[in-house]
Design a protein around this ligand. Sequence first.
Ligand code: SF4
Length: 326
Amino acid sequence: MKRVIVSGARPTGLQHLGNYHGALKHWLRLQETERCFFFVADWHALTTDYATPGAIVDNTIEMVLDWLAVGLDPARCTIFQQSAVKEHAELYLLFGMFTPVPWLERNPTYKEQREQLQDRDLSTYGFLGYPVLQAADILMYRAGGVPVGVDQAPHVELTREIARRFNATYRELFPEPATLLSEIPKILGTDGRKMSKSYNNAVYLTEPREDVERKLSKMVTDPRRARRTDPGDPDDCPAYQSFHRNYCTPEELAYQADGCRRATIGCLECKQIMIKHVQAELEPIRARRATLTPADASHALEAGNASARVVAADTMAEVRAAMGVG
Ligand code: SF4
């Protein structure tokens, strides 16, 4: 029996290298050996962007096209849209009946995001309850593992607590899913902050070669290297720590680090070595993406929605029986 894996992403449109290293590469490995469900979390997008939902449909298609371009294969994994499987809403509602509010209030991202997203009112029921929706998303497929970044790990813990409470109150139905942390560290944006569309510092998987070259050439480095003759330290260079370390060979890294410390290479020359590897990784993704049309994303989602619904219907029949509702 293959282990069931569930993971989702909000429909953010074009995917960048942060998405690729943080999630998609992990998903690609998992689809080879496990029974995977990967979904577009469009209801989750509404928990913070409820007032501006205009881009969700287009972003869903663009994101799924990028998923297909990197190699997610609908023949080997189920790609579906959360809002197309209404059972998620029902399970969310039923879990809400026994999930204590303090469990949600202690969620570290709840306070953090409310403070960060000051431009909107997040004192909503939907935003407080989104980890319960996540638990429904995961437990619907009785997942054994959930690939997530470190910041999402507390949500998987909450999912386990909800599963435990359900099993203890009604009957043993849900496994407690393991947190599968992504092995690759965060890829930083070109300004040295976390790579994010909203920071305008992202390098996208399908953007033209010239744009990738231009963005990475300008990426921030150790500020001590103002002139080519100024020595620097790779430990203080966001480009080195994030990109070079992930892309360059050990020999190249040694050459770059030594050249940086002794000021025998310039930052541009140093980055060119890394950029060559990034371009080589992106080339086949760009090529595949160029052959795909929105119809390919729609077909993948239709097939995935249908198979997700079959599993969801089965789970909900058992949940309803256990909770004594029709
Ligand atoms: S030489 Fe390389 S490692 Fe050193 S600061 Fe420049 S880009 Fe970074």
